[in-house]
Design a protein around this ligand. Structure first.
Ligand code: SF4
Length: 263
């Protein structure tokens, strides 16, 4: 049994890690626990095209549409999905990809991060969040008290959009055949939606107005939407805002403070 399979061991490990990492939290732009909330500007992040429908209503057919998986089945079932994605041509994004990028991390993790889509480095290496944004995400995960590979990380679309543009609604809906069963199989306790694209496609954000920092739900799983690490690289003044969102996630696991706005 992994540490994250055991709730007591999981919480003990997280609590021990948090103490250490709070001391390193300056790396995320803060100095210990923030005392003052820093609100995001009304349009702090460019809005992508609005999806035609939330992926929350998508129920894929075929071998991916399966009942919640036992831990022993997860790896095999996710491997099957990854193999299907590798040869998928269901949307135009397959035309310029080097390879499909399915996921990384622990499929039994209680915590899943969903980003937007692979970038150039991810397309080249076949693993999500391995560039500079991925390195920042790794530091965010460490600051929360998790090991890098103890969480599960994937994207709305599995193939790189040209020029790293936001996935189009039809591309996100096409790739729901992978994202929806992927999340169902992992069955985490909490999803962190990284960026407005992920938040909209998971059905926890509207196309206009404030969207991050408030709990939503995707197929019964709690979702916390927050800024994408790539956005933080361009706008580091919002690192503390993201840290506040992540603290709400930590609180949902039973430790840490619950800053104002937590559900
Ligand atoms: S982005 Fe998803 S749906 Fe589109 S070709 Fe790639 S795997 Fe298939």
């Amino acid at each position: 049994m992994s540490e994250l399979d055991d709730p007591h061991a999981e919480l003990a490990a997280i609590a021990a890690g948090v103490r250490q990492h709070l001391l390193e939290e300056h790396d995320l732009g803060g100095a210990g626990l923030p005392a003052v909330a820093v609100p995001a500007p009304p349009r702090a992040q460019a809005a992508p095209a609005r999806p035609q429908a939330s992926l929350a209503a998508v129920t894929p057919a075929g071998p991916a549409a399966i009942a919640p998986a036992a831990a022993s089945d997860k790896v095999a079932r996710l491997q099957l999905l990854a193999e299907q994605a590798a040869s998928c041509d269901a949307c135009a994004l397959h035309e310029k990809r080097k390879q499909a990028v399915f996921a990384r991390g622990d499929p039994s993790s209680p915590l899943v991060f969903v980003g937007e889509g692979p970038g150039r480095d991810e397309d080249r290496l076949g693993e999500p969040f391995v560039g500079k944004a991925g390195q920042l995400l790794d530091r965010m995960i460490a600051a929360m008290g998790f090991e890098r590979d103890a969480v599960y990380i994937c994207n709305v679309v599995k193939c790189r959009p040209p020029d790293n543009r936001t996935p189009r609604p039809e591309e996100a809906l096409a790739c729901a055949r992978f994202l929806v069963p992927q999340v169902q199989i992992v069955a985490p306790r909490v999803i962190v939606a990284l960026g407005r694209c992920a938040a909209e496609n998971l059905g926890v954000a509207e196309a206009a107005g404030p969207w991050r920092g408030r709990w939503g739900s995707f197929q019964g799983i709690d979702v916390m939407p927050t800024f994408h690490p790539a956005y933080l690289l361009r706008s580091p003044q919002y690192k503390r805002t993201v840290w506040e969102d992540l603290q709400k996630v930590m609180a949902r696991f039973g430790f840490g403070p619950t800053p104002g706005g937590a559900a």
